[in-house]
Design a protein around this ligand. Structure first.
Ligand code: NAP
Length: 526
């Protein structure tokens, strides 16, 4: 008998109506569990979160809420094996790839617990010191951030069922804002199990955390003034939500993390044989194959000096050829499957679009799949593509194949390289590999406006850098334009989304009194 996973709303577990939507093992093709959010009273559930959950959280200080985050991390740590098992079965990922999601979630929670503890007994945040408005200084202005009083609705993507919840929930709960999460259906099991464990442990007050599975209808309609939406997924869905009448009418604050054509840039100094060249090759091959390329931050375009294009292509292909692809239950396997057959179809479509203008420089052979049947499993072998003329290419800068696919694009000079990177029309991350600090500093000035994060690697940090695609809680995650225009993480700066920033114009003694209940923001986040 296949289990129908419950939803947690209004402080109780609720079973959706109907037979539900099946979730599959993307390697073996077997059905695992089902989800249904049909028949739930979303309006009542959301009201409960706002009133009960919000009030209970706001009754606590930042310090007390940060202790709850630490306790959540402890509870999740205790069930890690179960999470790895679910990820293996429902996401088709190797143990190392599951760690990016599961241990990444624990690490992010722990960091926010540490940073939040420093805010202590404060109940609001002070953004800067007061400034005089009048001549004698008796009347002043200062900016304060107070916690929002709506709920935070998280609509999440399939590729990070663990981290995707907790990287958002950590700053929301720390801010005192209750959370309702709607995980992507294909991989909702892990999110649901984590929520169930946290609820069972009684860490959070009633109403602080809710989950609705397998349903997107009615979620936006149930929003009210002061609610927040944090969305991760495709640009199309982001547009549907942001243009929804309810979102427009109430000016609902929305953060969107969407598609991105991230690039890696080989510096003009980094000739074949140099350390910087080797570091770029290693990183591109890694980014293409970690989680089978299903990372929003993965490298999609590899920008290399024209003279080194052939050598770079050959070296990346050689690195990819060493990656065993197949059933992650086999210990020799380094890259598993995509998350679902639907994603397999989507990546095949994107590959077809890309190869209408790019040629295949190297591709793995399905015959080399380890312990897996390509007719059943959602496998795409790594594909390295190349174009000769990056200016004439269109799709290479537009189509995000959400799998192990990247395209080598040659550039003439650094200005050309910057122009090609910008053709992504706003990306989450660009990385550059060089032993020339002056070039890298210039690249930051040239590329900053079009990227949420720049990741620069010299041989000196070859062993210590954190990886092009790894999202660290200390650094901002998000990007302009095509990437959605959102901002997440970046230490305690992330709390801004869950607070209202107000200017308070008042006599100096009133501001001094208010400052007694405020902690300086963003404060120290290291
Ligand atoms: P998607 O179809 O847009 O789905 C994302 C989420 O939105 C899912 O939970 C989905 O629910 C829900 N949804 C779909 N239609 C909705 C609607 N009308 N109203 C409310 N919710 C709705 O995205 P995807 O194709 O699964 O995800 C892959 C994309 O996410 C990639 O393009 C990738 O670049 C992007 N991504 C970005 C980041 C980032 O941080 N920038 C991270 C990961 C992924 P169902 O699953 O139930 O349909």
């Amino acid at each position: 008998m296949i289990q129908l996973l419950d939803n947690y709303l209004e402080g109780r577990w609720q079973t959706g109506t109907g037979s539900g939507t099946p979730l599959f093992d993307p390697v073996l093709g077997t059905e695992l569990v089902r989800v249904s959010g049909a028949g739930l009273d979303l309006a009542a559930g959301f009201a409960f979160a706002r009133t009960r959950g919000g009030a209970a959280l706001r009754a606590l200080t930042y310090g007390e809420r940060s202790a709850q985050l630490a306790r959540i991390a402890e509870v999740l740590q205790g069930q890690r094996d179960a999470y790895y098992d679910i990820a293996l079965r429902n996401s088709g990922t190797t143990r190392n790839d599951s760690a990016v999601d599961i241990d990444g979630a624990l690490y992010t929670l722990t960091q926010y617990a540490r940073w939040g503890a420093k805010l202590g007994s404060a109940r609001c945040l002070a953004d800067g010191a007061p400034v005089k408005l009048g001549k004698d200084g008796s009347f002043q202005s200062a900016h304060f951030l107070t916690p929002q009083r709506g709920l935070a609705l998280f609509i999440n993507a399939f590729n990070f069922p663990a981290w995707g919840l907790w990287e958002k929930a950590a700053p929301a709960l720390l801010s005192g804002v209750p959370v309702v999460v709607k995980p992507a259906t294909a991989t909702a099991w892990l999110t649901q199990r984590m929520v169930a464990d946290v609820i069972a442990a009684g860490v959070l007050p009633e109403g602080a955390l809710a989950i609705v599975c397998g349903r997107s209808e009615g979620l936006i309609e149930a929003l009210q003034p002061f609610d927040l939406v944090s969305f991760t997924g495709s640009a199309d869905t982001a547009r549907t939500i942001s243009s929804h009448d309810v979102v427009l009418r109430h000016a609902i604050r929305m953060n969107a993390e969407t598609d991105s054509l991230n690039s890696a840039l080989l510096g003009p100094d980094a000739a074949p044989g140099s350390e910087a060249f080797a570091l770029m090759v290693k990183e591109v091959a890694r980014e293409m194959t970690v989680k089978a390329g299903q990372k929003c931050t993965a490298i999609r375009r590899v920008l290399v000096p024209q003279a080194h294009a052939a050598a770079a292509t050959e070296a990346i292909a050689a690195a990819l050829a060493a990656v065993k692809v197949g059933n992650p239950r086999n210990e020799s396997v380094r890259m598993g499957s995509l998350a679902s057959r639907a994603q397999l179809a989507a990546v095949r479509d994107s590959l077809a679009a890309l190869t209408s203008e790019a040629s295949i420089a190297w591709a793995g052979r399905s015959a080399d799949l380890v312990d897996a049947d390509p007719a059943i499993g959602a496998f795409v072998m790594p594909h390295l593509l190349k174009v000769d003329d990056g200016d004439a290419a269109q799709r290479v800068h537009e189509v995000e194949a959400f799998g192990p696919v990247a395209t080598v694009v040659p550039y003439r000079d650094v200005d050309h390289a910057y122009a090609l990177a910008r053709r992504g029309c706003g990306s989450l991350v660009a990385s550059a590999y060089s032993d020339d600090p002056a070039f890298l500093a210039q690249a930051a000035l040239e590329l900053g406006h079009a990227h949420g994060r720049l990741h620069f690697v010299t041989p000196a940090v070859g062993k210590t850098h954190t990886g092009h695609g790894n999202v660290m809680p200390m650094s901002l995650h998000g990007g302009p334009g095509r990437a959605g225009g959102g901002e997440e993480l970046g230490g305690l700066r992330a709390l801004a989304f869950y607070h209202q920033r107000s200017a308070v114009q008042a006599p100096a003694d009133v501001l001094a009194k208010l400052a007694e209940s405020a902690a300086p923001w963003p404060g120290e986040t290291g």
